[in-house]
Design a protein around this ligand. Structure first.
Ligand code: NAD
Ligand code: MG
Length: 399
């Protein structure tokens, strides 16, 4: 069937200067007939956001602080662009909910992405979700809002995108109804999969960020090295697919060719394969249910030769059992886990915390703060803030 494009899909891209943001713009650039960029946002990279505005000519651009916004506005005006430059977190939520935006790419890293992503959900947008931390922090509330507002949530995280593709098209949240036995999330094992355990205590941020298969932002790169990334993804899968913790298994697959699998009662296992390039899941979410060209090289099975699998070693990757513990504890536990992890990873990247202490900080926060209910966004944000203060005191104790 020929794809019939009636009107361009209008996009807001949150976190446009990041790894996912740039890959999104790469796909978008290949299809000027399909997509129109309405808004681009960045934290502090003024020059980079300016460059992207000159190419994509959005109606809005957003930066974190007002002074940077004024600088960018002046630059764009002198280049003859009519882009309106806004500043601050409120502006992020505003451009995520604009009435003439169809889809929002949620690609801010960490908790800062929650409010604007939720604003997009509440406005009933098509939400292309890369920002897994938002779902981990506020899963129950987030999914309730998706249902209430009738938003369409499309997973961009490669594993969840693979699961989404391997589930029946009419899957609506009941594994039972569709004969699904298990979800298998693959993980590369990161840069330290084979590093001797006694060497892990002295690894540097540069080593942790040198991922064997994927080029990503620094926070998610460290999460991949600790495997907290997979832990967050287990929680993300729980919310996206309504899957209980004991039906989600993590499999180390060092080649990162199989992006995840779904196992059915009859013994069938369906998987999605491809080269490790985020433009594939991004394009899948952008064009869903259609398929578009991405520039990703075709998968060459002969060149790959072999695919291998390993069980994750819980001693090497203590963050993974911590994430399962938080998921089973429910309530605010995943919020605590995520906040403590963000603080610990930032401290590690700043050279203030040894790599192996990341898991210790998270475990200490989970031990210390009792689990509570999260009835609304204020409750989420106050648990997040409390966990950050507690995590910072543990980080401080080690420096
Ligand atoms: P990145 O660090 O490369 O980019 C992050 C983006 O968020 C940047 O545009 C930055 O300006 C913006 N940002 C950061 N802090 C902000 C703040 N406080 N307020 C407003 N904007 C802020 O990160 P990334 O690798 O692109 O990852 C983005 C998200 O996608 C993360 O949640 C990550 O877990 C998820 N993800 C990434 C990949 C990948 O391959 N990079 C894969 C799967 C999921
Ligand atoms: Mg992933």
């Amino acid at each position: 069937m020929m794809a019939e494009v009636t009107r361009k899909q209008r996009l807001s891209i949150l976190g446009a200067t990041g790894s996912i943001g740039l890959s999104t713009l790469d796909v978008v650039s290949r299809h000027p007939d399909r997509f129109e960029v309405v808004a681009l946002t960045a934290h502090a990279k003024v020059t980079e956001l300016g460059r992207l505005c000159l190419i994509h000519r959005p109606r809005y651009a957003v930066l974190e602080n007002a002074e940077n916004a004024r600088t960018l506005a002046a630059e764009l005006r002198s280049a003859g662009l009519a882009t309106e430059v806004l500043a601050g977190p409120q502006a992020l939520s505003q451009i995520a909910a604009l009435s003439d935006v169809d889809s929002v790419m949620a690609a801010i890293v960490g908790a800062a992405g929650l409010a604007p992503t939720l604003a997009a959900v509440r406005a009933g947008k098509r939400v292309l979700l890369a920002n897994k931390e938002a779902l981990v922090m506020a899963g129950a509330l987030f999914m309730a809002e998706v249902r209430r507002a009738g938003a369409k949530l499309l997973p961009v995280d490669s594993e969840h995108n693979a699961v989404f593709q391997s589930l029946p098209a009419d899957y609506s949240g009941s594994m039972e109804d569709k004969g699904v036995r298990r979800i298998l999330l693959t993980a590369s094992g990161g840069p330290f999969r084979n590093t001797p355990l006694d060497k892990l205590q002295s690894v540097t941020p540069e080593q942790a960020c040198a991922h064997p298969n994927w080029v990503m932002g620094r926070k998610i790169s460290v999460d991949s090295a600790t495997m907290m990334n997979k832990g967050l993804e287990v929680i993300e899968a729980h919310w996206l697919f309504n899957a209980p913790a004991d039906k989600i298994e993590v499999v180390i697959h060092p080649q990162s060719i199989i992006h995840s699998l779904v196992e059915y009662w009859d013994g069938s296992v369906l998987a999605q394969l491809g080269n490790p390039d985020m433009r594939t899941p991004i394009a899948h979410a952008l064009a869903y249910p259609e398929r578009i060209e991405t520039g990703v090289a075709p998968l060459d099975l002969f060149a790959i030769g072999q695919l291998s699998f390993e069980r994750p070693d819980q001693r090497r990757f203590p963050c993974l059992p911590l994430a399962y513990r938080a998921l089973l504890a429910a309530g605010s536990a995943p919020t605590l886990l995520n906040a403590a992890n963000e603080v610990a990873v930032a401290a590690f990247l700043a050279g203030r915390l040894p790599f192996l202490k990341i898991a210790d900080v998270i475990a200490a926060v989970l031990d210390r703060i009792p689990v509570s209910d999260l009835p609304d966004l204020d409750a989420v944000m106050s648990v997040d803030a409390e966990a950050r203060v507690t995590a910072a005191t543990y980080v401080g104790a080690w420096t």
